[in-house]
Design a protein around this ligand. Structure first.
Ligand code: B12
Length: 635
């Protein structure tokens, strides 16, 4: 008599994001169910925040504040204590409002007479209406009461998160938790020490939620998904508790952080917490693990999995092929509390809000990247290198299934770079089937995104697009093998903007050989792109060299030398480098971010870009109407 198939529970550990579930558990649960395996899922990231910010949770936080000697309490903690009754009385209503369950409360929240206001509300003081009118009218107009209230409620939650950080756990954030304990940490020691420490209020709350989840699902196998370094500590706290209370449950770890940083894992202590750690796409390794734990496959025949044998870490991979993308099944959000996600409004920018506001379904248009050449990217890793597309038919089938299941029609396509050909076919199939959705995603600003294609994508529901302009410099874009030019990016982004699609540009600074002049000129290009209405939002990332990227693999080709890494037994990803160009990117970065923040609020676009720099910089060499000329060339 064969043993029943295992019951599998997939968990998103704290912290990833609050407005919609990070999609990995939905993907894995959908895949396992398509193979007849009993699979369920839980989002303990959202559950933790809802518990800590509930009236009961805030009372526990308040007790932690009161336990601190008064002289040690900061003004924030004093004002929290003074306003505690108001916080306790309002938090449940605010969460319900941010979940969309009590929209009429918006009027009271927006009045700013209802909620206590802490230091985070100072951010509102920068807005002054020249006529002395409503300083926020530029953002919300006369009727935008829902969004105005959402912003006020978000500042209220940010104040409470600051209190939690000061009184309970400085490592806590809404989108990452104790990130530094894992991010590029060559040794497991920092994590081992943190996990050996006695649990604080956050840990105890997470334990309670884990116990309830285990009770609810009675799993045989627990899958912990860690997409980012900011989810590792909590994942191991969950594993620690499950291993102690339910040693029969098998525990596996996987996800973006693992796939990028744990490829040279050798510290056996990690397996005091988990039984197996898999690399890259999870479908195939998972089937192998489940068969192994079901006694149907030997450990020697696992797929891309780290296990511990005789106290030593072993990497096993018999090389079975991955499940084709067209056969990984349709993600399911079944089991996740879709009505409980919190739509926050932090940054007052129409594009930027998409990352924190709205319960978006998440899907992938194609596995991997069709370009996979950019010098700063992990082009050698499977999530980039293995390009595997599905037909538009399959994609729209998945979309229709997800809409039927969730009742919601918003989609964030999570591709590294969605291929224009697939997006064109997808748009045509959506229109042919008259499937109405709203969607946004990431692309390369390549020339095949013609004005006609952008119009068609808009007609198929595309509302926003993000893409990499990186350093706006043709020399550096060439060195990066990005395959685009500044003029081309201007024309493509304008085509999207003209089609009514919001455009966000990923910007970079600090790339090898980048000079001060390159930086000033790049900012001038960005200024002109905002001025011409090509882009509405952007984010300046400091270039980080990773060991898997072409820069990390062939530093000499980029004129830099890598700093030696200490011996690695745990995580390896970022690597420091020396660039003889000697540009002070730290100082320049401050100016770039300040300018961009203002440009995104429509401020300072007429100013000479040198005015943003606190240090002396040369005048730009970019002609005043360079972007305008590039656009007229298009016409
Ligand atoms: C979309 C995206 C974003 C979006 C949205 C993020 C979100 N919260 O949803 C934005 C732009 C906001 C973002 C931000 C960041 N991102 Co990002 N992001 C991505 C991207 C491109 C897709 C993520 C996704 O949805 N993938 C689809 C899911 C289904 O894939 P998956 O999680 O990998 O799951 C598969 C496998 O890993 C495996 N698996 C997953 N879990 C498990 C568990 C078990 C037990 C098993 C067996 C298998 C398994 O099976 C799954 C199905 O095949 C990935 C790269 C990628 N292509 O995956 C980077 C990526 C995850 N991001 C990364 C990083 C670093 C970040 C930031 C921390 C950057 C920063 N410094 O701010 C922030 C974090 C912000 C946050 N907390 O949200 C890194 C993480 C790697 C690392 N070093 O840890 C990645 C891998 C890219 C990279 N190499 O740099 N990101």
């Amino acid at each position: 008599m064969t043993a029943p198939l295992p019951r599998v529970l997939s968990v998103i550990p704290p912290m990833t994001q609050l407005n919609t579930p990070y999609p990995s558990t939905a993907y894995l649960t959908g895949f396992l169910r398509s193979r007849g395996i009993a699979a369920t899922q839980e989002d303990l990231a959202l559950a933790l925040v809802l518990a800590l910010f509930s009236p009961k949770g805030l009372t526990e936080v308040h007790q932690a504040v009161l336990a601190m000697p008064a002289p040690e309490r900061s003004p924030l903690l004093h004002s929290f204590d003074a306003d505690f009754v108001r916080y306790h009385a309002t938090t449940e209503r605010v969460l319900a409002f941010l979940q969309g369950r009590d929209p009429t409360l918006a009027h009271r929240i927006a009045s700013r007479q209802y909620l206590p206001e802490g230091p985070r509300f100072a951010s509102l003081d920068v807005y002054i209406d020249p006529e002395g009118g409503d300083p926020l009218a530029w953002a919300f107009g006369a009727l935008g009461v829902q969004d105005r209230a959402r912003h006020v409620a978000t500042l209220y939650l940010n104040d409470l998160a600051d209190v939690l950080r000061e009184a309970v756990d400085p490592r806590f954030e809404f989108v990452r938790y104790a990130e530094s304990l894992a991010m590029s940490q060559p040794s497991f020691e920092p994590l081992a020490q943190a996990l050996a420490a006695s649990p604080n209020l956050v840990d105890r709350t997470l334990q309670r939620l884990t116990a309830q989840a285990i009770q609810r699902h009675q799993p045989d196998v627990l899958l912990l998904s860690v997409p980012f370094p900011g989810a590792v500590y909590a994942a191991l706290r969950i594993a620690q508790w499950v291993r102690a209370q339910h040693p029969q449950i098998r525990i596996a770890l996987g996800g973006g952080f693992v796939n990028t940083e744990l490829r040279e894992l050798s510290d056996p202590r990690v397996f005091d917490f988990v039984d197996a750690i898999t690399l890259d796409a999870g479908e195939r390794p998972l089937l192998a693990l489940l068969e192994h734990w079901h006694g149907k496959r030997s450990a020697g025949r696992l797929v891309r999995s780290f296990i511990r044998q005789d106290g030593v870490v072993r990497y096993v991979d018999i090389g079975e092929a991955d499940i084709p993308f067209a056969e990984v099944g349709t993600p399911t959000w079944d089991g996740l509390p879709l009505q409980s996600y919190l739509s926050l409004l932090d940054m007052l920018n129409p594009m930027h809000r998409l990352w924190s506001d709205g319960r978006w379904n998440k899907l992938t248009v194609a596995h991997g990247c069709y370009w996979k050449k950019c010098s700063f990217c992990d082009v050698g890793l499977d999530y980039i290198s293995r390009y595997d597309a599905a037909t538009a038919d399959t994609l729209v089938d998945r979309i229709e299934t997800v809409v039927r299941e969730t009742g919601q029609t918003g989609f964030h396509f999570v591709d590294e770079a969605a291929p224009p050909k697939s997006l064109k076919a997808l748009a045509a199939e959506l229109q042919r089937r008259q499937v109405d959705i709203s969607w946004w995603g990431n692309i390369r600003f390549e020339k095949s995104f013609t004005p006609e294609l952008c119009q068609q994508l808009a007609a198929s529901g595309c509302i926003a697009i993000s893409g990499g302009l990186e350093v706006a410099s043709d020399r550096l874009l060439q060195l990066m093998k990005k395959g685009v030019s500044v003029d081309q990016v201007a024309r493509v982004t304008k085509a999207f903007a003209d089609a009514g699609i919001l455009v966000h540009a990923y910007l970079m600074y600090g790339f090898p050989t980048q000079t001060v002049q390159d930086t000033v000129d790049a900012l001038e290009y960005v200024r002109q792109l905002f001025e011409a209405g090509c882009i509405q939002s952007g984010f300046f990332h400091r270039f980080t060299c990773t060991v898997h990227s072409p820069v990390g693999q062939h530093p000499a080709d980029y004129g830099v030398t890598l700093q030696p890494l200490p011996p690695v037994s745990f995580a390896k990803n970022d690597v420091a480098f020396h660039d003889p160009t000697g540009t002070d990117h730290d100082a320049l970065g401050v100016a770039l971010k300040k300018a961009l923040y203002n440009y995104m609020h429509g401020i300072g676009l007429e100013q000479d870009v040198r005015s943003w720099f606190d240090l002396r910089v040369p005048r730009t060499t970019v002609a005043k109407h360079r972007i305008a000329r590039a656009l007229s060339a298009r016409d």
